[in-house]
Design a protein around this ligand. Structure first.
Ligand code: AMP
Length: 420
């Protein structure tokens, strides 16, 4: 299936060409015709599946048609609610990209920054409003947002809204929306509370489910380094000595850890920045912008700060510290290997983290290949070595070939074996 079969209008096809998209992803393939048919949609999909374009493209097309029929007024016709500032900004960037030839306008509003620019944009008038729930409610209560002419509503990442405690705010917003509208509901998971919310919002929805976590993870080359806690910073520099590690997103468990790792790298002459909740929104945006533009090679982030970050062509994710929640590992490494590109995920494991590693391997239902004989190998962290067969190159579980090299093809990191 190509985009040609989806009956998209010329201004959108032109934008997709500029983006270099040739084929729709599975969620786009299935959701675009449903949305263009003005039906409600229940989409079970997570970030990384192309779900933003799956709703942005048809909504732009519908609004383009409606605007041509309805004159030049700029009322808010579409509201998109999303849980985090980063996601809101990224959705805004997607609308800019796909809508550049449509004349449809949008703005993004989120908390943590001054309201001024946001209220100015609202006053000028926009067709599409992308918002986080808290700031939207504030601006609604101050009379800056008029949703009476709204015709389309999108609830993005509904399960995260629940996790982050935003469900009450979402319900308050919902109470203010015109009943006669098209609603689209996206969630990676469907726990009962989310299913109930979907039921309350959607009318006779069409259902589309795509299951990316396993397949996304399949395309990522994972490896594990057993290393002492104190040697982690040396190992990181050693890995970054390899120029094929063009850019790396490094994860730490704590904000303090993120600052320390970024500071160590800067001292070693490697461009690095840290992002976490203690940094201002402006500082986080700048750091992300520098990283995307390849002005900084390494971005060090905590899990919360990295939520929803979408960096095209990110080659390496490095788990400087192993996450204590196994699903977090899958989310972290899913930052690389996007939209079919290959990616590399490297994890550093010290003695204290072995328990976390066990849980992750259980979730993955397989063992992460171990890199042996690197300069900072810590045997105590890897008692599994004694149980593993003598050193050898067993077939790679993903490729069926003998163990591949990691980190861009150099064998300097030593041999793999498979932890158990
Ligand atoms: P999302 O799931 O919306 O976060 O999208 C994940 C990534 O896939 C983003 O970087 C998009 O730019 C990219 N993407 C979305 N649709 C396509 C497509 N049809 N072809 C290539 N890349 C795409």
């Amino acid at each position: 299936m190509s985009f040609e079969n989806l009956n998209l209008i010329a201004p959108i096809m032109k934008a997709l060409q500029t983006e270099g998209y040739t084929h729709p992803t599975p969620i786009q393939d299935r959701a675009i015709p449903i949305i263009l048919g003005k039906k409600d949609l229940l989409g079970c999909a997570q970030t990384g599946t192309g779900k933003t374009a799956a709703f942005a493209i048809p909504l732009l097309q519908l609004l383009h048609g409606e605007e041509r029929a309805g004159g030049k007024r700029r009322d808010i016709r579409t509201l998109i609610l999303t849980p985090t500032r980063e996601l809101a900004i990224q959705i805004g960037e997607s609308f800019t990209a796909y809508g550049r030839h449509t004349g449809i306008t949008h703005t993004v509003i989120f908390g943590g920054v001054s309201q001024k620019a946001q209220t100015n944009a609202l006053r000028a008038g926009v067709h599409i409003l992308i918002a986080t729930p808290g700031r939207l409610l504030d601006l609604m209560n101050q009379g800056h947002v008029d949703l009476r002419r709204l015709t389309h509503f999108v609830l993005d990442e509904a399960d995260r809204m629940l996790d982050m405690g935003f469900i009450h705010d979402v319900k308050k917003v919902l109470a203010k929306l015109p009943a006669n509208r098209q609603s689209l509901f996206f969630s990676a998971t469907m726990p009962p509370e989310i299913a109930k919310l979907a039921d309350a919002i959607l009318v006779n929805p069409e259902k589309v489910a795509v299951t990316p976590p396993a397949t996304t993870v399949e395309s990522i080359e994972q490896s594990l380094y057993f290393v002492g806690k104190k040697e982690k910073k040396l190992l990181l520099r050693h890995i970054l000595d390899n120029p094929s590690v063009v850019s790396a997103l490094v994860f730490t468990r704590t904000k303090r850890g993120a600052n320390i790792v970024a500071g160590d790298l800067i001292k070693a002459g490697i461009t690095a920045e840290a992002i976490h909740g203690n940094k201002s929104q402006g500082a986080r945006q700048r750091a992300l912008g520098n990283f995307k533009a390849r002005r900084t090679r390494v971005l060090v982030a905590t899990d919360i700060a990295a939520r929803g970050i979408d960096i095209e062509e990110l080659s390496h994710v490095i788990n400087y510290e192993i996450p204590n929640v196994p699903e977090t590992y899958v989310h972290r490494i899913g930052r690389t290997g996007r939209a079919g590109l290959s990616g590399t995920a490297i994890s550093f494991c010290d003695t204290e983290e072995k328990e976390f590693l066990r849980d992750i391997q259980k979730l993955l239902a397989r063992n992460i290949p171990v890199i042996e004989e690197h300069p900072f190998m810590q045997r105590e962290a890897a008692p599994v070595a004694r149980q593993a067969p003598p050193r050898q190159n067993r077939p790679h579980p993903q490729s069926g070939q003998s163990a591949r090299t990691n980190a861009g093809g150099s064998r300097r990191y030593g041999r793999r074996r498979y932890g158990r």
